[in-house]
Design a protein around this ligand. Sequence first.
Ligand SMILES: [Zn+2]
Length: 243
Amino acid sequence: MKQTFLDHISNEKISVVEPLINKVIGFYRENLELVRTDDVQSTFAREIKDQEGKIVPLGKIQLTTKGNIEEGLVHELLHLALPLKTGLYTMEKTRQDPQNFFAVYNNMAEHDLILPDFLEMGYHLETFLAGGFTIDYKRESKEAMGWWIYEYIRNVITKNHLGSVGAKQSEKAIKDIRQYGVQFYPRLDNSFKTVYEWIKSRKKMEPKDHPQMMRALIVLLNLGTPGKYLAPDGDGALKEVSF
Ligand SMILES: [Zn+2]
């Protein structure tokens, strides 16, 4: 598997990416899969597997054949390795599932934690995320309130993960969401303020604070009762812990 990953890494980056690959292989061991996709976006999935009565991590990467292949691979490897730093192992689908809000929010929030490493390895901000999309918020007024909150959080967080062109688009989106969302649901004005405080409070956070920040979001958005979650328990193992 190591060589399969390395085959997509340019020579001058091998020395900085290899430790990350070693970390991922150390944690997932033989339970790693790499498949290709014609989508310009690469994605990852963290799943679990029952191995002789133990719950072990299973990592999958869908790597683009068309977009920024090397950057896409490094981005997804950083996601796969992140639970070792945060202690929060969430299961995400390869394709983001809008019904599974916790996983979607967690994915965006993880970007704050992996971007510094991506940049430190010498990759560029413009290649951190692939293929943005724009929404005409004026036409989306019939969406549920939760959708507006999701779009607001998505744009406020993601604005900092994009190059200057994408960041400008996000700024315009935030303005539109505030205007049209509040027109349709006046209560959103207050919700936007509350979630903005949550986003701001994450600025000084360390990776180990991530589970508690996500717990706060579950409570804030009524995404359910924060109960148990999985945390890495050394290499190749997971344990259940409480929030
Ligand atoms: Zn990502």
